[in-house]
Write a protein that binds this ligand. Structure first.
Ligand code: NFS
Length: 664
């Protein structure tokens, strides 16, 4: 068997990678083969927070006897390393969120003419939460301005609490208070984390890790949630859309523009301009039939969720996409962009365009995007792509494989789909769990990773969980992995789901894996879990729900921040791969047993996919037993309220204009 077979579980990627080997075009898979991770740093046993080191904690008894030059123990060092990852991840999500707040402010002040507020209802919902008055002749922009200014405080407030903390169930908030981890704001928590992990400051692993959780909560209930909300307000709250995924989305006879990175604003502008008749005519003048927009990673998820723009998948697909030779321009903004794409693109005609003032890549063209002149910049980049279309080189590897998919499951839509516009609630979901029709819920998230068979563990976990009647909500590259495998269709439920989950999916017309959006949209899982707690019948806090978070192929610091905010919120989380704190038994115990005792969440690291699955089901079944729910038995359900089917929902809404959505 070709060794590339092991690189990616995506068959089209395998074919392209086999071809690329002949061309000796290095990809992350080749580099992962050549660069073995340092086993000392990989398990958290290396400290480089000052220049007396790096100090490496190796040998027998390292945990008990070995000390760094400053006297720090292995537990201190392993905990500090985790904290710095959390701070890095929180910074990434939250800096993105800050830009969203500033864009909302610019729109409200009439300074970003190419954007408007699309979801006024959601803006008012935010205003309600933030205690901002609206109506009574107060204009939408005035409300938006106040919302933006209030949320800016969440970055710089020195005392008090993050605004969105109050969205969590009361009991969850009480746990945070008790352990002193309620975040004050975003920037202060990140700065304090960097301070406390500097040489000679906080040395108590448990005390350090509590600050890690506080910072992670600032990420989840701050950066991520703010980002999701404002993106919905500016560009529309998602509802289900049909789209396609994998490398076949690139068209041979059209100009292909690909958006890659994380920020939605520039990509939204591209969505607007690519259909402008003048640009389409210009593309035709160069021999193309039209302009085709596609995406990669989380920028892709943003425009997929709202417009059905097709995706070529997640992190490990970015270089592979370029190897198709069909991408005329790839725009990149921030995060998860391999600098190597500029190098690999030189073999073809592809132009890489960096658009953020924060990120430039040697070998790429830099055309800076600014929300004040958004469309102008977008048109310039599309013209660049059109001019580049005739330069395509024959030596490349085209692929036709693509799968249909359904995306666009916002919190709001999930509520709507369970009862229509007038009876929207989480009751039917809770009832289905109570009755054992749905055994539990798993958030399948995080990166895909060239250190394993990329996307393969996501697929395995998704397949096995739905067989076991576990409903999956997915985000980020987890969604990409499922989408490029054809798992995001309702048919997937018919073919693979257990009998209870299948019945629920058929009744509502949904896939068994619900695509919730980008990684920042993990915040949608927090709001869904809070709504389930408020609905009653299950746990009255996020902790104790038959729910687990899994990031089977994680690699980014952002994933660490996410895993920790779920753990602090009450969700047991399982990450794949070797543990980054594996060298310290003490830190491992705190992150699993101690956190579970205090918050009912935990963060485990488990490289074996089968064990990951077994742990997940065990957590779910234990939670069911503690909630005194019916013991899960495949195909045998208790009684509960009937889920609304599409016909019943339409009946209720005859008089009202139905919400845009799947089949509605
Ligand atoms: Ni999340 Fe999205 Fe993917 Fe990992 Fe990177 S793209 S923000 S970090 S690699 S899931």
């Amino acid at each position: 068997m070709d060794k590339n077979i092991k690189m990616s579980a995506n068959e089209a990627a395998q074919r392209i990678l086999s071809w690329s080997e002949e061309q000796a075009a290095g990809t992350c898979f080749d580099r992962a083969g050549k660069l073995k991770p340092c086993p000392i740093g990989h398990s958290g046993a290396c400290c480089k927070n000052c220049h007396m080191g790096p100090c490496r904690f190796v040998g027998k008894g390292a945990e008990e006897e070995v000390r760094g030059v400053c006297g720090a123990s292995l537990g201190t060092v392993a905990a500090r390393n985790v904290l710095r990852m959390i701070a890095g991840g929180t910074s990434a999500h939250s800096d993105h969120a800050r830009d969203m707040v500033l864009t909302l402010l610019a729109v409200a002040e009439g300074e970003a003419k190419d954007f408007q507020i699309k979801d006024v209802k959601k803006l008012y919902k935010m205003a309600d939460i933030l205690g901002i008055a609206y109506g009574d002749g107060k204009g939408v922009n005035a409300v938006a301005k106040e919302v933006a200014l209030t949320l800016l405080e969440d970055f710089r407030r020195q005392t008090g609490e993050l605004s969105y903390v109050k969205r969590a169930p009361k009991k969850t908030q009480e746990r945070w208070k008790k352990w002193g981890i309620t975040p004050r704001c975003i920037d202060r928590e990140v700065v304090e984390t960097m301070h406390r992990t500097a040489v000679g400051v906080d040395a108590d692993p448990d005390h350090l890790l509590l600050q890690g959780l506080r910072t992670a909560l600032a990420d989840g209930w701050g950066g991520c949630m703010i980002s999701t909300d404002i993106t919905d307000v500016l560009f529309g709250t998602p509802s289900p859309v049909k789209a396609e995924a994998s490398f076949g989305i690139f068209k041979e006879d059209e100009v292909n523009v690909v958006v890659h990175g994380h920020e939605p604003t520039f990509a939204e502008t591209l969505v607007d301009v690519v259909s402008e008749p003048e640009l389409v005519e210009y593309a035709k003048s160069k021999g193309a039939k039209g302009i085709n927009l596609g995406g990669m990673c989380c920028t892709a998820n943003e425009v997929l969720m709202r417009h059905g723009i097709p995706t070529a998948g997640g992190f490990t697909n970015q270089e592979v996409g370029i190897l198709t030779g069909l991408i005329d321009v790839m725009t990149v903004d921030v995060q998860c962009i391999m600098p190597s794409i500029a190098e690999i693109s030189k073999r073809f005609h592809t132009k890489i365009v960096t658009t953020s003032p924060k990120a430039q890549i040697p070998g790429a063209v830099h055309i800076q995007f600014d929300e004040h002149n958004a469309k102008e910049v977008a048109r310039k980049i599309v013209r660049l792509a059109i001019d580049n279309y005739p330069n395509r080189k024959p030596a490349a590897k085209h692929e036709n494989q693509k799968f249909p998919m359904i995306a666009g499951f916002s919190h709001e839509y999930i509520e709507y789909m369970q009862g229509g516009r007038w009876r929207a609630s989480f009751r039917p979901l809770n009832d289905a769990i109570i009755a054992g029709r749905i055994r539990g819920v798993v958030g399948l998230a995080g990166c895909d990773n060239p250190r394993v068979t990329a996307t393969g563990i996501h697929r395995y976990i998704a397949t096995e969980l739905i067989k076991n009647d576990v409903l999956i909500v997915s985000t980020g590259c987890g969604s990409g992995a499922c989408g490029t495998a054809g798992y995001l269709t309702p048919e997937m439920a018919l073919e693979n789901a257990g009998p209870g989950l299948r019945e629920v999916c058929e009744a509502i017309g949904i896939p068994p894996v619900l695509h919730l959006g980008a990684c920042v949209d993990n915040s949608r899982i927090l709001t869904i879990a809070s709504a389930m707690a408020a609905e009653g019948g299950l746990s009255d806090e996020i902790g104790g729900m038959p729910a687990v978070g899994i990031a089977p192929e994680w690699m980014s610091e952002k994933a660490m921040a996410i895993g920790c905010y779920f753990a602090a919120s009450g969700v047991p989380v399982i990450f794949g791969g070797e543990s980054p704190v594996g060298s310290s038994k003490e830190v491992t115990r705190i992150m699993t047993e101690v956190w579970f005792e205090r918050f009912r969440g935990a963060l485990h690291f488990e490289p074996d996919p089968e064990k990951m699955l077994a742990m997940t089901l065990e957590y779910i079944d234990k939670a069911r037993a503690e909630l005194k729910l019916k013991k899960y038995e495949p195909g045998r359900f208790g009684t509960e309220r009937v889920l609304m089917d599409m016909a019943a929902r339409r009946e209720i809404e005859k008089a009202a204009k139905p919400h845009l959505g799947l089949g509605a």
